[in-house]
Design a protein around this ligand. Structure first.
Ligand code: G3P
Length: 219
């Protein structure tokens, strides 16, 4: 399972990519706004230089022509850019065109299996179903992941990877992994949480105390 970081925070990306466990980054207009950076192009370039894997940068236009121009401009910033487009008719038209040009495309704001099928037919590299936002309104986000994974497995021609997004904690990551989702994009807090378990902490402390108490020579 690939782990992407869902953030535009350069410090968090630097900190967590140092673990060697980060395979890419996803951003969106809200995350970029939250970062405080005002120069989107330089921010995308900086993120793309921090991680070798796919870095999703989202278009902001809603009509196909300007969206395509934005997508081509974003793709030109670095070889590891994945252009993020919304799951709309215009977004899927742009997805099909960019994919045919060899550009990675992440189709975002996916909330149904029907939408995911359209993204796969449009040649998306990734489709991003938002599990947390479905849970937030009382639906079962992870059942959507199950449906999409099942459908995609039935069609080998579908090369689109399921990128589980809107992750709210480690439980979402584990559930997505059980279903065989290709990627999860994690808020930095979720990745940090995944390392932690109180029995690991207490167990390591006990090993250290016992070792030091025994006065064992190590060389
Ligand atoms: O970046 C896409 C997605 O992961 C954002 O989800 O619900 O945390 O805004 P959310």
């Amino acid at each position: 399972m690939k782990f992407f970081l869902d953030t535009a925070d350069l410090d968090a990306i630097r900190e967590l990519s140092a673990t060697g466990l980060v395979d890419g980054v996803t951003t969106n207009p809200s995350l970029v706004a939250k970062s405080g950076h005002k120069d989107f192009i330089s921010l995308v370039r900086a993120i793309a230089a921090l991680v070798p894997g796919p870095v999703s940068a989202e278009v902001t236009a809603s009509e196909a022509e300007p969206m395509l121009a934005q997508g081509r401009a974003l793709a030109s910033l670095a070889p590891n850019i994945a252009v993020k487009v919304p799951l709309t008719p215009a977004g899927l038209r742009v997805c099909k065109t960019l994919s045919a040009e060899g550009v990675k495309v992440n189709v975002t704001l996916c909330f149904s299996a029907a939408q995911a099928i359209l993204a796969a037919k449009a040649g998306a590299t990734f489709v991003s179903p938002f599990v947390g936002r479905l849970d937030d309104i009382g639906e079962d986000g992870m059942s959507l992941i199950a449906d999409i994974v099942t459908i995609f497995k039935a069609y080998p021609a579908f090369t689109t990877e399921v990128l589980v997004a809107s992750v709210r904690g480690p439980a979402h990551v584990v559930a997505a992994a059980k279903l065989g989702a290709h990627v999860a994009t994690l808020p930095p807090s979720t990745l940090r949480q995944m390392f932690a378990h109180p029995l690991t902490t207490s167990g390591l402390a006990q090993f250290t105390a016992d070792w030091e108490k025994a006065g064992i020579r190590e060389g």
